[in-house]
Design a protein around this ligand. Structure first.
Ligand code: CA
Length: 237
């Protein structure tokens, strides 16, 4: 069963540890960061399912951390604020935080908010269509289009591509990619990631010898081009 990961960013270590222990009892994997910088690093490596974020943090502030997170992620954020921080609370909600709890809070209340927010997220249909130049990946419909035309992919190819577009800019090892598709297709275990990638490139790359979307990371595996830098190829490129 998939265990959800929660990242707590809170500089008051006693509070952080108490929240960690309490939420861990509910079956979550719970990690703690004690300042904003550390929180930002942990966010990148853990890819948590939810972030509990204290607004008053040393180094990088909670608001600034929320802003950074929202640039690349829709992960639910629950803010911890002091009663006096109403302006920050409002700013946090405008920044895209999903909920907040005012200190001092009861652990039961926070745990209930966590469950409620995660339930809400689970009930939403999976996000969106990911677009990169002429390439369109509809994750819900499991359809891929190039310049508007449907590209026929095998289920394994689609799963690989979906996993990559969900982690743009990140180097993905063959092992991680195998784990991402494991269980969905037995046949995939017999074939190598490389041959899947070759087929994928053939289907979506304008020039498979000069890949524009699926880039090779030497010695690691592959990565999907991050939107923006450098720009996705333009339509018809
Ligand atoms: Ca604090």
């Amino acid at each position: 069963m998939y265990v959800k990961t929660i990242l707590i960013v809170e500089d008051e270590q006693k509070i952080a540890r108490m929240v960690q222990a309490y939420l861990a009892r509910d079956g979550y994997r719970v990690e703690v960061a004690f300042d904003g910088d550390q929180g930002w690093v942990q966010f990148g490596t853990l890819e948590p399912d939810l972030v509990v974020l204290d607004l008053m943090l040393p180094r990088l502030s909670g608001l600034e951390l929320a802003r950074r997170i929202r640039q690349s992620s829709n992960v639910p954020i629950i803010m911890l604020t002091a009663r006096a921080e109403e302006a920050d609370r409002v700013a946090g909600l405008e920044m895209g935080a999903d909920d907040y709890v005012v200190k001092p809070f009861s652990l039961r209340e926070l745990a209930a908010r966590v469950r409620a927010v995660l339930r809400r997220v689970d009930a939403e249909p999976p996000d969106e269509t990911v677009r990169c130049g002429p390439l369109e990946v509809d994750l819900a419909a499991r359809e891929v289009r190039m310049n508007g035309s449907l590209v026929e992919l095998t289920p394994t190819e689609f799963d690989l591509l979906a996993y990559m577009v969900n982690h743009p800019g990140r180097a993905l090892s063959r092992r991680e990619l195998l784990e991402a598709i494991e269980g969905r297709s037995y046949a995939s275990l017999a074939r190598t990631i490389d041959s899947h990638m070759k087929n994928l490139r053939h289907k979506i790359e304008p020039d498979p010898r000069e890949p524009a979307f699926i880039l090779t990371v030497q010695g690691v595996g592959y990565k999907f081009r991050r939107g923006g830098e450098p720009a996705c190829p333009s339509v018809g490129a």
